[in-house]
Design a protein around this ligand. Sequence first.
Ligand code: ATP
Length: 233
Amino acid sequence: MLHVRNLEVAYGRLQALWDVSFEVPRGKIVALIGANGAGKTTTLKTLAGLLVPKAGIIEFEGRRLDGSSPARIVRAGLVLVPEGRRLFPEMTVEDNLLMGAYATPKAGRPERLERVYTIFPRARERRRQLAGTLSGGEQQMVAIGRGLMADPSVLMLDEPSLGLAPLMVEEMFGVVTEINATGVTVLLVEQNTQHSLRIAHRGYVVEAGRTVLAGTGQELLRNDEVRRAYLGL
Ligand code: ATP
């Protein structure tokens, strides 16, 4: 569904990605794992059109997307839930959710809102509350809900478990699995290697701007290098 080949990205003179290549098959969960600063966020931002690659190919459902505008990429069905949630704290939960539908046609929004509230009953209960008053975990759920409001075929999640309490982390990974089961393909970036590889059909290890290792989630969990470098075993 999504092919990324030999992606190179620089921030001015500082090159962050040197050679990132991976595949996201339709209907699967694919995880990108790696240390702080390896280039995972840069990869997602480039896929979302927020950064323009120096070289490489991004092909989504047979169409080249590298160089497209963020709005066009959202409309094509590739949607990013950014690291740190980035909600509008002074707006209600419901208005935050509706912002996610901004680039899509008005028809179908009420149904999508209903679908989000079914996945996140707490967001329904708190829909009139200001988003800034929610707990970190609740805010993460609203951020994911906002992504779903754009009706993605691929949902990209950047560090959704960051800063959450252990119980919320469990719940969040459960929600990602549940969303995937409804037919949404997921590209997950995580430093929580153990959890993300457990739910991922496929994973890639990113190191210093390069994809250096690939396998099924289970294969990577058993891989000695991964166990040493990312699981502390
Ligand atoms: P993290 O988990 O910390 O987000 P990451 O794997 O997502 O790590 P990136 O944030 O993509 O890594 O960073 C990759 C490299 O690019 C790092 O060397 C980082 O310092 C650099 N970098 C990231 N953002 C910028 C920026 N806005 N300007 C300059 N360099 C940047």
